[in-house]
Design a protein around this ligand. Structure first.
Ligand code: FAD
Length: 447
């Protein structure tokens, strides 16, 4: 039977946080710190459900950059031991050693198996003007409605991987070839997964950090398993700065990943095909043939790994009023800061409630989801976002406006969006190696 939570005063209502990932849980910790009531609704069975999907991947961020300050304060009295701040966890370790203990500390304020299917203004669809400032929001689960004073959507974009098709829509035959195509970095330490790829020709499509991670993993496989060969597909016309900033990246592990991927390509076990925009996937007896929109056909491959980024699911936000950038599907004021046509990974100044506010009062998109299709999100950006958003919800405009984070640069200009214009990428001019070392991390800036 359908249930409706009855609460009369909007101020007494919880702030609903959608998603118990790193940023949603951090939002909850900030709400608790300010004496507000969070209710985190998580679709999965445990904290960090999306992070656990890439358990085997080692992050390029250190623990110091992956723990939210308010969360750390909440965890301190529980006897939680902070991991070594200078080491790099895997996705599994991030979830087990930090996210799950944080969810446990939040207790009943986190509900698992609670998939949000819609958000609306109570009694009004998006067309009705009256009452948008006074009525609470309603959060729709399959058989339950929860009223909320505000909604912080931290549901990520993991559920919306981009397709192989160069147009941003599935290529002809892509769906029919689903058994040959994977949309994430495979875990080659799993014997079953390893056997799927060992000794085969594999196509890897994409140019971001996941693609580089896959290239490095497959290069190691090729060394151990003769006959393994990787064809690396790039939509852009040349490899250019795909390998990142190397030693000028302020996140050393991220720079090192690019250096390792470049070495793997150099070693010859990876063939690079540039300017390849997949239009069709044709099935053969023992694999698929990829066909580009210019008619080029590749030799058959047994497996395809598509790591071409993600897109946000906005379908269940149809009844609230959002102002999103038409290119990135990110909050309009945030988009210019993260546009991959202009900016490099991570080269974005910290931002918060001001950039994330929506025409719908009390609704905020944060975390990975706030970046829409931009590929450059860092958890530390999200922690700063929710610190500011929660301060704004608490009426503390001074704290909401304050910047308490210095973000790292990659040492690269230009990004995915410039693949048709490599010259423009080189002239991007948004960043570069800093003249002085930059301290990464959280803390009040000097006034
Ligand atoms: C392979 C890989 C490596 C990465 N490495 C780094 C790194 O080194 N450093 C870094 O800073 N970042 C890294 N990232 C980015 C990373 O994903 C984010 O920093 C972080 O996970 C984003 O947190 P989030 O809370 O915004 O979203 P997510 O982690 O995606 O969490 C979203 C949560 O919302 C839940 N959810 C989704 N839809 C609903 C719904 N409708 N109702 C209820 N719950 C829902 C999901 O189950 C999930 O638990 C990496 C990402 C990938 C894919």
């Amino acid at each position: 039977m359908a249930a409706v939570s009855e609460v009369s005063e909007t101020a007494d209502l919880p702030v609903v946080v959608i998603g118990a990932g790193p940023v949603g849980l951090a939002a909850a910790a900030h709400l608790v710190e300010r004496g507000m009531t969070p209710l985190v609704l998580e679709a999965g069975p445990r904290a960090g459900a999306n992070v656990r999907q890439w358990n085997h991947v080692r992050l390029f961020s250190r623990w110091a950059e992956l723990i939210d300050p308010a969360a750390e304060k909440l965890l301190a009295p529980t006897g939680w031991q902070s991991p070594d701040p200078d080491t790099y966890p895997t996705g599994a370790e991030w979830a087990q050693l930090y996210l799950q203990p944080l969810a446990d500390a939040l207790g009943e304020r986190v509900r698992f198996g609670a998939r949000v299917e819609g958000v609306a203004r109570r009694g009004r669809d998006r067309v009705v003007d009256a009452g948008r400032d006074t009525e609470p929001l309603t959060v729709h689960l399959a058989d339950e409605r929860i009223t909320a004073r505000a909604v912080i959507d931290a549901s990520g974009t993991w559920g919306g991987p981009n397709p192989l098709g160069g147009d941003g829509l599935p290529a002809v035959g892509e769906s029919a070839s689903a058994t040959r195509i994977g949309y994430q970095v495979p875990d080659l330490s799993d014997p079953v997964v390893r056997a799927r790829y060992a000794g085969r020709r594999i196509a890897v499509a994409g140019s971001g950090h996941s693609a580089l991670t896959a290239l490095v993993a497959f290069a190691e496989l090729a060394e151990a398993e003769p006959g393994t060969h990787v064809v690396w597909l790039l939509r852009r016309g040349q490899v250019g700065d795909t390998f990142g900033g190397g030693e000028t990246d302020q996140l050393p592990a991220r720079g090192a990943l690019g250096i390792r991927a470049a070495a793997a390509v150099e070693a010859g076990r990876i063939s690079t095909v540039t300017g390849f925009r997949t239009a069709a996937v044709e099935q053969t007896d023992d694999g698929v043939i990829l066909v580009a929109d210019d008619g080029r056909r590749l030799d058959p491959v047994a497996e395809v790994v598509v790591v071409t980024g993600f897109r946000p699911d906005l379908s269940w936000l149809s009844e609230v009023r959002l102002d999103l950038d038409p290119v990135l599907q990110a909050p309009r004021a945030l988009a210019p800061l993260i546009d991959p046509n202009v900016h490099s990974c991570g080269t974005v100044y910290p931002h918060g409630a001001r950039e994330l506010a929506q025409p719908e009062p009390g609704v905020f998109l944060v975390g990975m989801k706030s970046y829409g299709r931009a590929p450059t999100f860092l958890a530390m950006t999200g922690y700063e976002q929710v610190r500011s958003v929660v301060a704004a919800l608490d009426g503390d405009q001074a704290a909401a406006e304050r910047v308490e984070l210095v973000l790292p640069e990659t040492g690269v200009c230009g990004g995915a969006g410039v693949f048709d214009d490599p010259a423009g990428a080189a002239e991007g001019g948004c960043c570069g190696a800093p003249a002085e070392p930059v301290t990464l991390g959280f803390g009040r800036p000097q006034d």
